[in-house]
Design a protein around this ligand. Sequence first.
Ligand code: NAI
Ligand code: MG
Length: 491
Amino acid sequence: MRKKSTTAALNFNTKWSYSPAPESTDHVQIKEKYDLFINGKFVKPSGGKYFDTINPATEKKVSSIALASSADVDKAVKAARNAYKQVWKDMPASERGKYLYRIARIIQEKARELAVIETLDGGKSIRESRDIDIPLAAAHFFYYAGWADKLEFAFPGRKAQSIGVCGQIIPWNFPLLMAAWKIAPALAAGNTVVLKPAETTSLTALKLAEIIQEAGLPAGVVNIITGAGPTGAALVQHPDVNKIAFTGSTDIGRLIQKSLAGTDKKYTLELGGKAANIIFEDAAIDQAVEGIVNGIFFNQGHVCCAGSRLFVQEGVAKEVIKKLKDRISTLIVGDPMDKNTDIGAINSKEQLNKIKSLVKIGINEGGECWQADCEVPSKGFWFRPTLFTNVAQSSKIVQEEIFGPVLTIQTFRTVEEAIEKANNTPYGLSGGVWSDKGAKVFKVSSKIKAGVIWANTYNKFDPTSPFGGFKESGVGREGGLHGLSPYVKFN
Ligand code: NAI
Ligand code: MG
């Protein structure tokens, strides 16, 4: 007979904590002001305007960033066109590959500096930028460097050709990593690029521009222009761009798709998500709880594939929710530069306001809201890890992407019910299934309409693996061989 446990209930609400373990910033070089990177050089914006980028954990200014006007966009596209025609398109593919390898290696050499800048500018924890963002960015360059001279094996029996100048627009949640996802396959396939980072997190893209200079990449092959929505729109509308690659919100994705209708520009859109993370009764519950935490609280929940809708089978719901609350109570929220921190700062005030307003709607609609009672710093943008129970399929917080550390929890009884509920969303980017039964995992994952499904794990990324969505989560794939095809054409 099993002995009854005599252990007292765990109390996480104590003042006991880790000693601070801040990452040093001594080795980091951030200029006071960054110009636009066009034709291999940093050049002043034609309108002479700059905007501030701040550290969301302190609200202090980090640097000034050039604001590119449509005249600058035009200059960058011209530089990319010239580089395409004059050097890049006809360069032996193995030479193109060498540049990509070189960029990958310099990213590795500067990994520490890049990680610190990513964290200072965007608010994500140093542990994540150091262990995930930067190594994966280098891995993408390494991976696509390998394809550069093997396109005939990538597309056997067909002659893959480059498409020309690619306009690429990226979001603020994984700044350097998204730049790598976009630039590496484009260059490997022989295209040139104009990239626009998001306005709150331009710094690592500009550091990448310095790395590109150091690697000796021919001028104009990669151009990096900074600014907000209007700069991105000017790039999308530029008549001499052959392809647009966009990652960001579904609303802007829709706008872009509309403005591209009737042109012969190719496009890929990597948009929002509202993934179901499904826990069956036969799952390893402790591991599943870790997976739920990783699924929704990774990068403060600013993740398009976040497991933001939790579905737990009724028989284990009580246990899962209790264990989840216990686990969440141990998460350290605060200074992103501290190596102990699990959850850093929300990327911007706008994003914080969006999260707050959706949470308020959730409460007004009758959802039961639970928050970790951790302390958060007084300056900066913070949001405590949050759970919602007593929500319905029709609840706004179950339907809309919150893009923050907020999880909705629903229960189900049968496999069919789980599938039905998981698919009841306009999105289709990702999902998670937790079960001890392989057959069940295969059945459920094949019936869920999403580009990526993780089984008994969550948020795992690899450059060899394609990523992308169905339905309102977008079109096209990035990563892997699939990520090369949007950058080539066949005659
Ligand atoms: P956004 O979609 O406005 O921004 C993404 C990128 O697009 C940025 O570089 C931005 O400057 C650019 N952009 C904005 N308007 C544009 C236009 N008209 N034409 C071309 N480029 C344009 O996303 P935002 O406003 O930063 O975040 C709003 C919401 O979008 C978030 O709360 C989140 O729900 C969602 N989002 C989703 C992402 C995802 O990966 N699924 C990434 C970023 C945001
Ligand atoms: Mg910033």
